[in-house]
Design a protein around this ligand. Structure first.
Ligand SMILES: Cc1cc2nc3c(=O)[nH]c(=O)nc-3n(C[C@H](O)[C@H](O)[C@H](O)COP(=O)(O)OP(=O)(O)OC[C@H]3O[C@@H](n4cnc5c(N)ncnc54)[C@H](O)[C@@H]3O)c2cc1C
Length: 157
């Protein structure tokens, strides 16, 4: 363990004062986020549910200045322990989950990173479109795009 409980409390307080999104640094939440779909189990320092891009930028700045690792998480369905670690976990699934723009003619859609694959495909269905990746339906778009195709948030349908 790199960080003791006093340091974790301090990090929690400092981060809470910098972001608008909810911060979870209590034992229960840290326990909840210590697993994903893998066999690994590592308690994070805490969790932030970023409200918007400013929250993410503030966290990145804090992370760099204080050498505190951060770790993004979508649906937590990856199976090799990618979303567990002694870090501040950014859970994108709570607020960053909106579909921003669909252009049927040009076949592209703008989404936030935490949009769930199944929700996107339900939204596209009336237009006769779908996002053709094969993955778990609860998986989030950015994570899936990072894993399965070049990272971009403009998804070509
Ligand atoms: C039962 C089951 C079936 C599955 N079937 C398939 C399958 O058919 N095909 C397949 O390819 N995979 C499959 N998977 C694996 C997994 O579901 C996919 O890899 C899925 O795309 C991961 O999405 P997620 O939102 O859960 O990502 P997470 O597990 O939350 O994250 C995956 C990675 O992306 C990073 N990440 C997440 N959000 C962001 C962000 N906003 N910014 C930067 N980095 C980010 C994380 O740090 C992590 O490294 C399956 C898993 C399970 C448990």
């Amino acid at each position: 363990m790199r960080f003791n409980s006093d340091q974790i409390q301090k990090i929690g307080k400092e981060i809470s004062s910098k972001v608008d999104g909810k911060t979870l640094f209590d034992e229960f939440s840290r326990g909840r986020y210590s697993t994903d779909a893998s066999v690994y189990q590592i308690k994070p320092l805490g969790v932030v549910l970023p409200k918007d891009t400013n929250d993410v930028l503030s966290l990145m700045e804090y992370s760099q200045k204080n050498s505190v690792p951060i770790l993004a998480r979508g649906g937590g369905s990856s199976q090799c322990g990618q979303t567990v670690g002694e870090s501040v976990v950014l859970d994108y699934s709570k607020h960053q989950n909106k579909i921003l723009e669909l252009n049927v003619e040009e076949k592209y859609v703008w989404v936030q990173p935490g949009v769930v694959l199944d929700h996107l495909n339900a939204y596209l269905k009336p237009h006769g479109l779908w996002f053709p990746i094969s993955s778990l339906i609860i998986s989030n778009l950015l994570a899936s795009s990072l894993i399965l195709s070049p990272p971009t948030l403009t998804l070509k349908l």
